[in-house]
Design a protein around this ligand. Structure first.
Ligand code: XUL
Length: 518
């Protein structure tokens, strides 16, 4: 038997894929979209949009309901879970769930005749979960950094300076603002370890990939950093699950899934990781050499690295590579958020991003530049209060489409230079990677060919590959089956394009500086 299940709990949806690891094929896949399938939560993009001062939270009960819904929908559609030999998953990074100590016991005694939401709701000590889009913890970041001797120390110990969306600063804010609820909290999970615990029927570890996105894990020691934990909140160490390598098995699947959805009682669980570390695996980029751009709600650029190299400007991060070693990552908040905003502003469809805008405007937009920061940006850290153009006037829809994409990828190129890698090709993934126009701009700005994979959803595929790897399957063999570029879908850079963007780079950086100072 060779079927493995991978899940991905992302910002906007919960997805699943079943891989046949012998035949090298995708057997089934499905997805629940939080906004469309669970409109009763009033979170159309997967989070509460009414938060003030940078607060962005999601409802963890919505995530639980999504899991029951996804698996029952797959069962109704004829999917047979009884042959699955291992399950693992991927979670949006940094998000945290706050639970009473009884969470572990509850998980061990879940009844298949009821649902997850009804049985686990009482365990929450905090009704909402801060997610990666939250930028409300600048004060807490500064306090943590000061307590340990400065941001250089936070960065050298944890792989990143203190970052607003990272879990440590979020925990500190909770402990400061809701001390009673914090005191009632027995265990704090990441999205990844929360779901992994549910599948295993007990509290399980946080993996080194996702754990590194907390400002709490010591990168070299691969365990909780006592100084950072102490600087974050009182009594925190007892509330954190242990850290463990990503390929750690966590026992047979919980009887809830056996009785309710027909899983085999011998199906093994492997701990979950973050979406970016899982995507690294799904893209076949676990060994250094490949640079990946993931185009999702956020855009990220990442690559495996043999030695942890930190970003001198503090925007980049080092996470654990689920296959061992490290990966670097840079996250840009205004990914599809910005592209969708332009699409909606002009009532366009995606073909405008694919063809019309690009065929009617010249490369470089005749010098018209845009800082596409519809939401406060993370890289660079700047709040421009919305998009800004370098020239006055009302740009046309075609100019704006080109400007948003050129702005995004010039910004990405500028802020990834510290990695010191000169990619020969770039591998792209995520919903928007199917769009040829977006792929063309990336090829032009970086001046290298762009490849896409044969299978959709690299985080979900990567999660399934990690399940297989965790029970002893060979990663190189899995990569040769599932992480191959799709033939005929590569995009070459256009002649002379890179030179135009080389020429624009200095003015683009000045434009950012001007806006920062204004
Ligand atoms: C990475 C990050 C985002 C989330 C989105 O640091 O914040 O890419 O993982 O899912």
């Amino acid at each position: 038997m060779s079927l493995v299940l991978g899940l991905d709990s992302s910002t906007q949806s919960l997805s699943a894929v079943i891989l046949d690891t012998e035949k090298g094929i995708v057997v089934a896949d499905d997805s629940v979209n939080f906004g469309k399938d669970l409109p009763q939560y009033g979170q159309p993009h997967g989070y509460d949009e009414s938060g003030a001062r940078g607060r962005v939270h999601s409802n963890p009960l919505m995530w639980l309901e999504a899991l029951d819904l996804l698996l029952s929908r797959m069962t109704k559609n004829g999917v047979d879970f009884s042959n699955i030999i291992a399950v693992s998953g991927s979670g949006q990074q940094h998000g945290s769930i706050y639970l009473r100590s009884c969470f572990g016991e509850k998980l061990a005694s879940l009844s298949a005749s009821s649902d997850l939401k009804g049985q686990l709701a009482g365990c929450l000590t905090r009704q909402s979960s801060p997610i990666w889009m939250d930028s409300s913890t600048s004060e807490e970041c500064a306090e943590i950094a000061t307590a340990v001797g400065g941001n250089q120390v936070v960065c050298s110990e944890s792989g990143s300076v203190a970052v607003e969306r990272f879990t440590g600063p979020q925990i500190r804010k909770f402990a400061k603002t809701e001390p009673d609820a914090y005191a009632q909290t027995g265990v704090i999970h990441l999205v990844s370890s929360f779901f992994a615990s549910i599948f295993s029927g007990k509290n399980v570890a946080i993996d080194h990939g996702d754990g590194a996105g907390m400002n709490l894990m010591n990168l070299a020691g691969k365990d909780w950093d006592r100084d950072l934990v102490k600087a974050t909140a009182d009594g925190l160490l007892e509330k954190l699950p242990p850290c463990a390598p990503s390929a750690t098995k966590s026992g047979a699947v919980s009887s809830y899934f056996v009785e309710k959805f027909g899983f085999s009682p011998t199906c093994e669980t492997v701990i979950w990781s973050g979406d970016n570390p899982c995507s690294l695996i799904g893209m076949g980029a676990a060994s250094p050499g490949k640079v990946v751009i993931s185009l999702g709600t956020s855009d990220t650029l990442f690559a495996a690295m043999s030695e942890p190299r930190t970003d001198p400007n503090g925007f980049g991060h080092v996470f654990g590579n689920p296959a061992g070693g490290y990966m670097s990552l840079i996250c840009f908040k205004n990914g599809s958020l910005a592209r969708e905003a332009v699409k909606e502003q002009f009532g366009l469809d995606w073909s405008a991003f694919e063809k019309e805008a690009l065929s009617t405007t010249p490369i470089g937009n005749e010098g018209l530049m845009m800082l596409p920061f519809y939401e406060p940006e993370i890289t660079p850290a700047i709040d421009t209060g919305g998009p800004v153009f370098s020239e006055p006037g009302e740009p046309s829809s075609e100019q704006t489409v080109r400007a948003v994409m050129e702005g995004q990828f010039l910004n990405m190129r500028a802020h990834s230079a510290w990695l010191g890698v000169d990619p020969e090709r770039i591998y792209i993934t995520g919903g928007a990677s199917e769009n040829d126009g977006i792929a063309q701009i990336i090829a032009n700005v970086f001046g290298v060919p762009v490849d896409r994979l044969d299978v959709p959803g690299s985080a979900t595929i990567g999660a399934a590959m990690r399940a297989a790897h965790g029970i002893g399957k060979d990663l190189a063999d899995l990569e040769s089956k599932f992480s191959q570029p799709k033939e005929g879908r590569n995009i070459e850079p256009e002649e002379g394009a890179k030179e135009i963007y080389d020429g624009m780079m200095a003015s683009f950086l000045d434009f950012i500086k001007e806006q920062k100072n204004s």
